[in-house]
Structure formats: structure tokens, C-alpha cells
Design a protein around this ligand. Structure first.
Ligand SMILES: C[S@@+](CC[C@H](N)C(=O)[O-])C[C@H]1O[C@@H](n2cnc3c(N)ncnc32)[C@H](O)[C@@H]1O
Length: 363
């Protein structure tokens, strides 16, 4: 009661607006999912002049009333541009919108996380129980579309930058792999990076490891459809990384913070590497304290939320899981953990990326 008496009506309005603006973001995200899934953005990017609802709906065999309501959401959210002509409303995408919403080949394409939005949000059904028991859910809990969503999230950047930017930043690796060698991609997901490295270095043997059967199935599909014979995919619980000092390069893209036992995995990586081998660790650019994160990371609330629904949940998916989560592996911790795993050299690479940091780690 006393709390109610001290409520400031102006602050109340502002606070309600703040809370409902989050709901607006969530609901509009659902509409973005539909725009991607129904091909609405792709179609708009193909039709170069501004379109009417009837034209857009007709070109995709969709019902115009539904497209109209959807496009009004998108225009109100300033995602799609609208102009009012004598013939009625006409809609278009800005060049930047085309890149983010419709151009799968561009590194800034952003539909991956929206692809898996229903599966990610569906986790809300089971998470209350996780809050009680402490046990989360691995990536397979998001189903096959979860794996495709992850693939579509990471593939655009990797396709553009892995071979020309990232591997050349590792001292001497490209020259070495051109002569052959063993490469392991840990937490390989749908296998894009492993297939790409195998194609670029035909004398190498590349193995991708992942515990997600949906990701492994998708990786296998890619291996076959892209006709690459020097790559294989394995579940490390059945066929573990060989710990015999035989690997030249281990890579791990955006997965160590998702692991239930990252320290043990780092130790296995250390044992797998040749004395002059290299581990490329790529993980989220996290900061040391929550205070610093609040100050410097404008995406912090999004990332903590994704962590609860996906990354931390995966990292807590067995009893005793480390639970690092999306923002749980800052450089200082990566340094400490790799040192404890027996690595002696750690170098942050000078590679520009909006979310990730890149580390070259050596025995
Ligand atoms: C965010 S995804 C990244 C996938 C891939 N590296 C990419 O860049 O597209 C994280 C992946 O780590 C996998 N993962 C989690 N724990 C793992 C473990 N202990 N060993 C291997 N993979 C693991 C998950 O199944 C998931 O596919």
C-alpha cells in the first residue's frame, strides 16, 4: 500500500512504456520471423520498385488481408518503408534493409536468430522447471529448425571472412594446411566452417564434432551436397577427439560458453594438438563485470535473455554444468582456463567483429 502511495504518475507512464516497448520488440520479432519464412522480404528485394499489398501478396500466392496487417506492423516498426500515393500505399525496402532481411550472401544478413525464434521462445514452456531444478536444455531441445537457425546466423560472416581474414591471422597456419594436416572443428554445428576448410585445403583431413544430432545431420547433408570427401562429422561422446598429439589446428566457433564442461574440453584440445599445433578460439566479446557490461554493451539485455533460453541453458543441461552462458567467457577467463588446461601462449587476434573475439592459443 505504501508503495502505491509513492507512485509518481509520470514515472508510471514512462515505466509502463518501457515494459510494453519490450513486448513490441518481441511481437515485431515474430512478424520478422514470418517475413523471412514466407519469403516476403526476398520478394520485396527482387521487385525493385515500391509495391502494393495486392502485388506483393499475389506474387507469393498469399491472402492480401493478412499481408496488409503484417506490412502495417512492419511499416509502423520502421522496418519497411511506406509512401502514400494517389493509387494507395506503396512499400519498399531500403538498401540496408535488403542486406539484413533478404541477402543471405551478405555478412550482415540477420535472419538466423529470427529463423529459430519460435523454438527459442518455446523454451519458456520448460524453463520454469529449469529454474527450480537447475538443469537446462541442450541445443537439440530447439529441434531441427534450431540447428538451421544457428547455421543461418553464423554462416554469412563465416562464408565471407573465415578463409580470407581469420585463418591468415593465425601464424603460419595457411601455409601449413596447404601441405596437409589434421583439423578439428569443435562444436561444429551444421558444419559450414569444417566443409569450407576441407574444400580450401584438400590435402587436410577435417573432422567436425558436435553433440547435437540435428546439427550433425545437417552437416552430413552439406558434406554430401557439396561433394567434399575430406571432412567427417562425429558426436564426441561416441567418437572423441583423439588425444594423441596429432592435430595441427583445432577451431571452436561460438560454442565453448555453451558447454557443460568447458575446462575438460580445453584439456582434451590441449592433448589433441601437436606441440606446434594451434587452437583458434572464437567466442563472444564478453566483459569482466556486470557493471562494465551494462556500461559498454548495448545488446546486454538481449544477450542475457538468449543465454537463459539457449546458451546458459545448454551449459547447465547436465548436473554440475559450468553454466558460463552467452557473456560468460571474457578474455581474462579464457586466458586463465586455457593456461590451466596446459596451454602456454595466448594471443588476441586483431579481427573486427561486432560480437566475437578471436584468440590464437598454443601449447
Ligand atoms: C552456437 S552453436 C555454434 C555452432 C557452430 N560452431 C557455428 O558457428 O555455426 C554451439 C554448438 O555447440 C554445440 N556443443 C555444445 N556443447 C558441446 C560439446 N561438449 N561438444 C561439442 N559440441 C557442443 C551445440 O550442440 C551447438 O551446435
Amino acid at each position: 500500500m505504501s508503495n502505491h502511495q509513492s507512485v509518481d504518475p509520470d514515472k508510471l507512464k514512462m515505466f509502463s512504456f518501457l515494459v510494453f516497448s519490450k513486448l513490441e520488440g518481441a511481437v515485431t520479432s515474430g512478424m520478422i520471423h514470418l517475413g523471412d519464412r514466407l519469403g516476403l522480404y526476398r520478394k520485396m528485394s527482387e521487385i525493385t520498385s515500391p509495391v502494393s499489398v495486392e502485388q506483393l501478396a499475389g506474387s507469393l500466392s498469399l491472402h492480401p488481408r493478412w499481408v496488409q496487417e503484417w506490412i502495417h506492423n512492419q511499416a509502423a516498426a520502421r522496418i519497411i518503408e511506406v509512401e502514400y500515393t494517389a493509387e494507395g500505399e506503396r512499400y519498399s525496402l531500403s538498401p540496408e534493409a535488403v542486406v539484413v532481411l533478404a541477402d543471405e550472401s551478405h555478412p550482415a544478413f540477420g535472419m538466423g536468430m529470427f529463423h529459430r525464434l519460435p523454438q527459442t521462445m518455446n523454451s519458456l514452456q520448460v524453463l520454469p522447471e529449469s529454474f527450480r531444478t537447475g538443469i537446462g536444455h541442450d541445443y537439440d531441445s530447439h529441434g531441427p529448425d534450431g540447428a538451421v537457425g544457428i547455421e543461418r546466423s553464423f554462416e554469412p560472416w563465416s562464408r565471407t571472412h573465415l578463409l580470407p581474414t581469420v585463418l591468415p591471422a593465425l601464424d603460419g597456419i595457411v601455409e601449413r594446411l596447404q601441405h596437409g594436416g589434421n583439423v578439428a572443428d569443435i562444436g561444429c554445428g551444421a558444419g559450414g566452417a569444417a566443409v569450407r576448410m576441407a574444400s580450401a585445403f584438400p590435402r587436410c583431413n577435417v573432422v567436425g564434432y558436435d553433440i547435437s544430432r540435428f546439427a550433425l545431420a545437417r552437416a552430413e547433408e552439406r558434406r554430401t551436397s557439396e561433394g567434399v570427401s575430406n571432412v567427417q562429422f562425429r558426436d564426441p561422446r561416441v567418437a572423441p577427439l583423439p588425444e594423441d598429439g596429432s592435430i595441427d589446428l583445432v577451431t571452436a566457433f561460438d560454442c565453448v560458453h555453451d558447454m557443460t564442461h568447458p575446462q575438460e574440453v580445453m584439456e582434451a584440445i590441449r592433448r589433441s594438438l601437436k606441440p606446434d599445433g594451434v587452437w583458434l578460439l572464437v567466442d563472444i566479446k564478453a566483459l569482466d563485470t556486470f557493471e562494465e557490461t551494462m556500461r559498454r554493451n548495448p545488446m546486454a539485455s538481449l544477450m542475457y535473455g538468449i543465454s537463459v533460453m539457449s546458451c546458459m541453458s545448454s551449459a547447465m543441461s547436465v548436473a554440475g554444468g559450468a553454466g558460463l552462458g552467452t557473456l560468460g567467457l571474457p578474455e581474462s577467463l579464457a586466458r586463465r582456463m586455457s593456461h590451466e588446461a596446459g596451454f602456454s601462449r595466448f594471443r588476441r587476434l586483431d579481427i573486427e567483429h561486432s560480437l566475437n573475439a578471436f584468440y590464437e592459443i598454443r601449447p
